[in-house]
Design a protein around this ligand. Structure first.
Ligand SMILES: C[S@@+](CC[C@H](N)C(=O)[O-])C[C@H]1O[C@@H](n2cnc3c(N)ncnc32)[C@H](O)[C@@H]1O
Length: 356
């Protein structure tokens, strides 16, 4: 292919990728505004709280567009396959949206009551099997992470919260993997995901490295069950219910360990323990990568937004999280060549286990 046709192909792919990535963001952003409108109508309250400072608003908006452009370029240049952008069933999507807007109003009532550890009978089956710090209604979600209903709504809720940019942020965790193994189908690689939730990242990881062996782990039984359903047809995937701070795997087993939106949910000592365990199970030379919320040192002027987040959504460990730089925790766990990059309200942090 000559250079002109290569350029034209890149531009056409870039246009297609932008249309898909921006189209999705616009779709969820409209849902976010609907939720805000309804909350205002029923409770005369703003939820989620809007950013007041116009300068900060502009900066965050710019960061969102930068991330969407970056993400679209990753598709256009072939780093990610377009199949990752395949939408789910539209019927299920619209049916869920009704339930979800109702749940947004229930969250307001729950917030008002100030109760953060209430569990339905259904969730009682799981509550006693999880650590104490986890027995919470995270985000004021009904049953926290401990019911099938919560697992059903979770991914959609996260996309609304981040105005359609959640997947673009999640995909940042693939960057160090694509830099190292890009172009390969992943044959021979063993990749571990910790705190995989309902499997959103795992599904995309499968598309990126179809022949890699994935080990998908998660503490919540209902969330892991949903992840299993989402990856139903896939071969070479193990599903293991476990805590990230007690990984039931041999040392030096995995080529890469990834996690997305996990560390801000953990108390400090558990954060450290998860990193120590991730280091232990990594092969020398292996890659550890995470995507999570930006922290105070990344963007000091974003402080009002970072302080508001745990107020809007029950996030008991978020304040300690933003003040303890992940880069330092990675280094303390023994990881070297630690790098971090921001993307909208999240950041990618990665490092490697040195050779013995
Ligand atoms: C914010 S969600 C992120 C889920 C998923 N990674 C995603 O991107 O959608 C945090 C996840 O971490 C899980 N989690 C929390 N504490 C954990 C722990 N100690 N070990 C393993 N998973 C944990 C929760 O159950 C939840 O599914």
């Amino acid at each position: 292919m000559n250079s002109l046709s290569k350029t034209l192909k890149f531009q056409a792919l870039g246009f297609g990728a932008k249309a898909l990535v921006y189209g999705k963001a616009a779709h969820y952003f409209a849902q976010l505004r609907t939720l805000q409108g309804l909350t205002h109508l029923f409770f005369s309250k703003e939820f989620p709280t809007r950013v007041r400072d116009p300068e900060l608003q502009k900066t965050i908006h710019r960061a969102l567009l930068d991330l969407l452009n970056h993400d679209a370029n990753q598709f256009a240049s072939g780093v990610y396959p377009f199949s990752m952008l395949r939408p789910g069933s539209p019927v299920k999507h619209w049916m869920r949206l009704g339930r979800l807007l109702g749940d947004g109003l229930r969250i307001q009532r729950q917030k008002k009551k100030g109760k953060t550890a209430e569990f339905s009978e259904e969730a009682q089956d799981f509550v006693h099997d999880v650590p104490r710090y986890y027995r919470r209604n995270f985000h004021f979600q009904k049953d926290g992470y401990l019911s099938p209903e919560s697992a059903d709504l979770y991914e959609h809720q996260v996309e609304i919260l981040f105005g359609g940019a959640a997947d673009a942020m999640r995909r940042m965790v693939f960057e160090p993997l694509a830099e190292r193994w890009g172009g390969s189908d992943g044959r021979g690689l063993r990749i571990l995901e910790v705190g995989a939730g309902t499997g959103r990242t795992s599904v995309m990881l499968r598309e990126l490295f179809p022949k890699a062996h994935l080990t998908v782990t998660e503490l919540s039984d209902p969330y892991l069950k949903r992840a299993r359903r989402q990856l139903d047809e896939s071969e070479r995937v193990d599903f293991v219910q476990c805590a990230g701070e007690a990984l039931p795997f041999h040392s030096k087993h995995f080529d890469a360990v990834v996690s997305v939106f996990l560390f801000h949910e953990l108390p400090t000592e558990v954060r450290e323990a998860v990193l120590a365990e991730s280091f232990r199970v990594l092969k020398p030379g292996g890659v550890m990568a995470t995507v999570d919320s930006v922290q105070q040192h990344d963007a000091p002027s974003w402080s009002p937004v970072l302080m508001q987040f745990p107020v809007d959504f029950h996030e008991p460990f978020f304040r300690s999280y933003i003040h303890e730089p992940l880069e330092g925790l990675f280094a303390s766990a023994g990881l070297t060549s630690v790098v971090s990059r921001m993307g909208f309200v999240s950041k990618l942090v990665f490092g490697e286990r040195p050779q013995d």
